[in-house]
Every structure is written in C-alpha cells, then in structure tokens.
Design a protein around this ligand. Sequence first.
Ligand SMILES: [Zn+2]
Length: 264
Amino acid sequence: MLNRIEGIVLKTQDYGEANKIVTLFSREGGKITAMARGAKKPASRLAAITQPFTHGSFLIQQGRGMGTMQQGEQLESYRHIRSDIEATAYASFVVELIDRAVDDRTPQPSIFNLLQQALHAISEEYDPEAIALFVEWKMLPVTGIYPTLHQCTNCGATEGEFAFSFQQIGFLCHRCFSIDRYIIRLTPAQVKLIRTFYTVPIEQVGKLTLKKETKTFIKKIVRTIYEEQTGIRLKTRSFLDQLDRSPEYFPKKENPSTSPEEGV
Ligand SMILES: [Zn+2]
C-alpha cells in the first residue's frame, strides 16, 4: 500500500552503506519510521528530503514492518535553521524533546502543529531560546505532567503571592508556603510569564522580548520538572549549555520583536 504522508524529519540513522532510517513526525499518524534506500548518497533524490527539520510530503510504501520511502517533496524550507548555529541548536533541541516525549504511531495532530509552528518561528528569527522554552512547557502534559499554574495547588487561592513547588508541581500561595520547604519564590511578573509559556499560542510568545536572566530562571524550573518527573534528559542540552557559557562566539542579532518584557 502506498501512502502519502505529510511529516517533519525528526532524525535519521545510517543503515548499511547507503541507506537511512528516517524518523518522521507525521500530521495524521504521529511518529513513524521509514527506510530511505540510497539516501546516504549525495546524488540520491532522497538525500535532501531526508535532512533533519525537513517538512515535506512523503510517499511511503507500507508493507509488514517498516515502510519504505519512495519519494518526497519539500513543503517548507527552514533555511535560517540550517544556516545559523544558534537556530540549529534550539531546533535540534525541540526536535529531540518531541521525539523523546511521544510514542510511535500515536496520532497527535496538535503536537505536529506545535512542532511546525516552533520550527517556523525559529526560522523566522524569533528568539529561539524563548521558542524552545515554550515547547518545553507545552510538552509537559504530553509526558503526563499537568502543573497547576492557575491557582494554588493546595488551597485553590488565585490571589496573593506565589511560589513554585516541585513537590506539588505547581504554584503555592503565600498562605501555603509552609507545606513545601523548597519552594522557589516568584515575582508577579514571573508568575505571569510561566502562565504565558504554558497557555498562550506561540505567536504571542514569539513576540516577547525577554531578558537572559528571565529565560534562565524559567528554564531552570521547567528543566527540574523534566528531570525529576519524566527522566527525559536530552543530548542537545549540553550543546545549548555551551552556547550559554560562551556567548562571545555567537554574536547576538537584533531581535525583530519590539514589545517590552512587562507586556507579557
Ligand atoms: Zn494556598
């Protein structure tokens, strides 16, 4: 049976002299793998279409077991992602996180949309660090984690000062601070920003201008949740950490967005 599938290449693995096993996230069928015969050879018509981050339409011959990719055509070229090292690093992180968090052959069109929007936003030169953070918060429920961010996890209060509790996986109000010794106190702006990452659409996040310290703070919280609750640790993180430690090698461009940080 020959199927036409819209998908984004998450990763490839060499197989034998000339072949690649391609992992795609497809719009309708979720994560699937297919054999791309000859794709390792630069002259192959499958070589370009099986590069990571390629969003394409693929023709897959499905038999018993793994399908075989017959041909593909590119639907969207994320040129900036391939040419800018910081964009490549964050896009690799997004793709690895989604690959690790989802199961094979489980249709999840909303995650396909998230992946497509994130790669598009990074390619459009929105702040890739903010986009990656957004994906991290948005993927928590996919891994079975539902942080309580709209109210206090303990008493349900929506007013007052808030702190983040890893024990409760969510906010605690000042009346309930004592139930967790290791809370992280939050300013009202930080509370608002965490809710923003978790709830608003990507276009709004893409337009935010965030200070480096703000992103680092929010990142520490979401990373700790992943490490403590899901056991997902990503290989691409260590490269991103190197980027953070050696900013002098990666000159900052002007951010295209203009809205101030307080405008969250
Ligand atoms: Zn409370």
